[in-house]
Design a protein around this ligand. Structure first.
Ligand code: B12
Ligand code: SF4
Length: 691
């Protein structure tokens, strides 16, 4: 039997910008479909030769081609499969791209009517019966983990067994068209016994920066919005530390990659096993110092402590995804997450201390949520900005099929253009997808929004856009405003009123576009200066923060020499002569502020008062980096004088002369020595270069 396994399309990174082949290969590599590669390895072990098709790659080819050829993606994919002959087409499914996956499956059935069309993965598994009932071109759904089911199914389809005898499948019976749901298949008890996933069938994986490797399955908790706990039947399993280390070494040897995204929804359930894993990694590194593995994982804040975080950091952990979900104590109980929020904030701080980046994942739009709950979530979001290694995220609840929350509200789900996150953050929707979604809320519930009796939906969506884009454009100012006002939502409401009065309006569709564009931070800074600072309790601190952000955004308050020559990368080794002329390095700006920026940042980090920040003009050197936060250095008065003179194009000799004229001196040190030493320090700090 010729088997083709097809990944669910999940790459939306290509939608809004041109992405070259190298970056595209990296993106697709990092989205490697671990589930079907595991299945492909199991089939290979049984002597079959399955093929794997990555729909992300087909999508990328379509985008490259679409300027010349005006077909839609679905027909393009249909043509792609029409030219390939298989007996078995197995589609992996995820909620966000389920409609387009089903439409592509229809094209495949049209081109290969005798083939069997099979679905698997987290979405089809929970809407198996309704999907088969609604779409006659589909033959079968494999529910849940499929390493044991798939080989049996292939055997049955080859005529060696009856479908009724295969646990874990739902199928359309040939004789009468009836949909039959067999009992569930057993879980894979020993994950170590699975073969290494067939990454050799997925060439893009070699371009990964972070290689996806499965660490385990199943989470014992029961959050009401989560689908994955039920999917793996709350049965927590981990691969053994020895197996994980062996898999990581194998990746390093085969692909030369030592950074890993370890796939598990909730790795840290069992502290002892996390310790054992970290110790195995440290032991491996002692034996093989070249194995400098770094990795990221998912955890709950109540299943880690500072000591464990320190050990994880030593063992190479560089990123943790924390699902905090809501900043409201009340909502924590309602959604059965049950986190103690002060502890959660402490864990984010501990990770910052050990330089572990944290995704602080929050959600809003729960049916029971009130304005007070939303304020608490917004506060948790902004509070986490005080830690440089924290990356807060805010999504609007998408009720996933089969979850308690979507079942409870199934008759009150709301459909409009961009209600739930899935509609625009998930994979691109076509008109045809919209009609499928509208016709079958029970199958596509994640494209709907939950009812919000206590909140204004438009307010929530705009707040979300405001926070996400505000954090990117003016992180510390946002934190300062939150701290000064008591809650960022109050500032947001004032901003909403100001922008309406200032004639900044947008229709629903344009809101997200407006917030993502540079016009938003520019308008917002006007708001802060015109409206907020006059009523602020800490006008000086807020002015300093606003001036700093304005300078970074390219507004007033700073000067840079990006037009300066890029300079020689080894230039700090070149000797200075009296005739040497200096320039700011590209990307460096000098910003003048009315108050001590370092002190303001220190107080923001410690939630200290801002109102008594005193007037103290300072200068900062800021270097913008390509990614990540800008590097900031508050300049000593001497360095500030030197930089000023360098920016004005003076030679070392002229600078010395100016110093003499301005009476700048350090007792006991000659002026030329002060100048030379100061300039050397600025060069080592990579602020200055020889012109
Ligand atoms: C890694 C991951 C991602 C990665 C990308 C993964 C990729 N390859 O593209 C990223 C971070 C990008 C991502 C994004 C999203 N994700 Co995600 N993700 C995961 C995660 C954590 C691991 C997936 C994995 O590798 N699992 C391990 C393998 C072994 O399991 P598996 O994939 O389920 O495969 C097994 C079975 O399903 C089955 N199977 C799978 N395919 C097939 C096909 C056939 C033919 C057969 C027979 C069987 C079969 O057999 C496999 C082996 O047993 C899962 C949660 C989880 N633990 O699975 C969520 C999960 C898949 N994601 C989910 C969601 C909701 C999303 C987002 C929509 C979130 C969002 N709002 O942005 C986005 C969608 C992105 C998009 N643009 O469409 C949900 C899906 C729920 C659903 N009903 O579909 C999950 C289950 C988590 C959850 N919250 O419940 N995700
Ligand atoms: S802890 Fe995470 S994985 Fe576990 S049920 Fe809750 S949301 Fe799902």
């Amino acid at each position: 039997m010729k088997v083709c396994l097809i990944s669910a399309p999940t790459a939306n990174q290509f939608d809004h910008r041109a992405v070259g082949e190298t970056e595209a290969a990296r993106i697709m590599g990092e989205l490697a479909p671990v589930g079907i590669l595991s299945l492909a390895a199991v089939l290979e072990a049984k002597g079959l030769q399955p093929e794997v098709v990555d729909l992300n790659r087909v999508y990328y080819s379509w985008l490259q081609d679409s300027h010349r050829n005006k077909t839609d993606f679905c027909s393009f994919a249909g043509d792609y499969f029409a030219a390939r002959d298989f007996d078995f087409f197995g589609f992996s499914t995820v909620c966000s791209s389920y409609p387009v996956t089903l439409r592509i499956a229809a094209e495949v059935k049209r081109a290969h009517p005798k083939s069997v069309i099979v679905l698997g993965g987290p979405q089809a598994s929970v809407v198996d019966v309704s999907t088969l009932s609604a779409y006659p071109w589909l033959d079968l759904v494999v529910r849940g983990e499929a390493e044991q089911t798939l080989p049996d199914l292939v055997d049955a389809l080859a005529g060696n067994r009856r479908l009724e005898a295969i646990p874990g499948i739902t199928f359309r019976r040939d004789e009468d068209g009836e949909i039959v749901r067999n009992p569930a298949a057993p879980l894979v008890a020993d994950l170590d016994a699975l073969p290494f996933p067939a990454f050799h069938l997925f060439p893009d994986v070699r371009h990964c920066r972070h290689f996806p490797l499965e660490l385990g399955r199943g989470c014992p908790f029961s959050c009401t919005f989560c689908s994955t706990n039920d999917f793996f039947r709350r049965n927590f399993r981990l691969k053994s530390p020895a197996q994980m280390v062996a898999d990581m070494r194998r990746v390093k040897q085969t692909y030369g990659i030592n950074s890993f995204e370890l796939v598990h929804d909730m790795f840290t359930v069992d502290r002892k096993r996390v310790v054992a894993f970290c110790e195995a990694l440290l032991e491996n590194k002692r034996k093989n110092p070249e194995d400098d593995f770094i990795w990221g994982c998912s955890a709950r804040t109540d299943c880690v402590d500072e000591e464990l975080i320190e050990l994880m950091s030593k063992a190479g952990c560089r990123g943790i995804f924390f699902g905090i979900e809501t900043g409201s104590k009340r909502m924590q109980k309602i959604i059965d997450k049950g986190l103690e929020l002060n502890d959660s904030a402490e864990r984010v701080r501990s990770c910052d201390k050990y330089k572990i980046n944290t995704a602080v994942s929050l959600m809003a739009g729960f049916p029971d949520e009130t304005m007070d709950d939303l304020r608490d979530t917004a506060a948790f979001f902004v509070d986490s900005l005080r830690y440089d290694h924290a990356d807060p995220q805010l999504s609007i609840l998408a009720p996933l099929a089969g979850t308690p929350i979507s079942t409870q509200h199934k008759d009150a789900l709301v459909l409009n253009d961009d209600v739930a996150d899935m509609s625009y953050r998930g994979w691109r929707q076509e008109i045809e997808d919209h009609s499928m979604i509208a016709a079958h809320p029970e199958i596509f519930s994640s494209f709907y929004a939950a009812p919000l009796p206590h909140l204004d939906r438009e307010f929530l969506k705009e707040l979300r856009d405001f926070l996400l884009n505000g954090m990117r454009a003016f992180r510390r100012l946002l934190l300062g405003l939150h701290q000064d006002s008591g809650n960022v939502v109050d500032v947001f409401q004032q901003w909403q009123q100001w922008r309406a009065e200032s004639g900044i309006h947008f229709s629903h569709g344009d809101r997200t576009v407006y917030y993502a564009q540079p016009q938003f931070p520019a308008d917002f800074l006007c708001f802060v200066r015109e409206h907020y600072i006059p009523i602020s309790k800490a006008p000086l601190a807020i002015t300093a923060l606003a001036d700093y952000e304005a300078a970074l955004l390219g507004g007033d308050g700073g000067y840079d020499k990006e037009q300066a020559s890029a300079g020689n990368p080894n230039e700090s080794e070149d000797l200075l002569s009296p005739e040497s002329r200096l320039r700011l390095l590209p990307g460096v700006k000098v910003v003048k502020l009315p108050a001590d920026y370092q002190e303001i940042v220190r107080r923001l980090r410690q939630k200290g008062p801002l109102h008594d920040i005193a007037e103290k003009p300072v200068k900062l050197a800021v270097r913008r980096t390509q990614s990540g936060p800008a590097e900031v250095r508050q300049l000593t008065p001497l360095s500030a004088e030197l930089l000023d003179l360098c920016v004005d194009g003076y030679t070392v000799q002229e600078i010395t002369g100016e110093f003499l004229l301005r009476n700048i001196e350090i007792p006991g040190v000659s002026v030329d020595k002060v100048c030379l030493a100061g300039i050397e320090i600025l060069r080592q700090q990579r602020l200055l270069a020889l012109a």
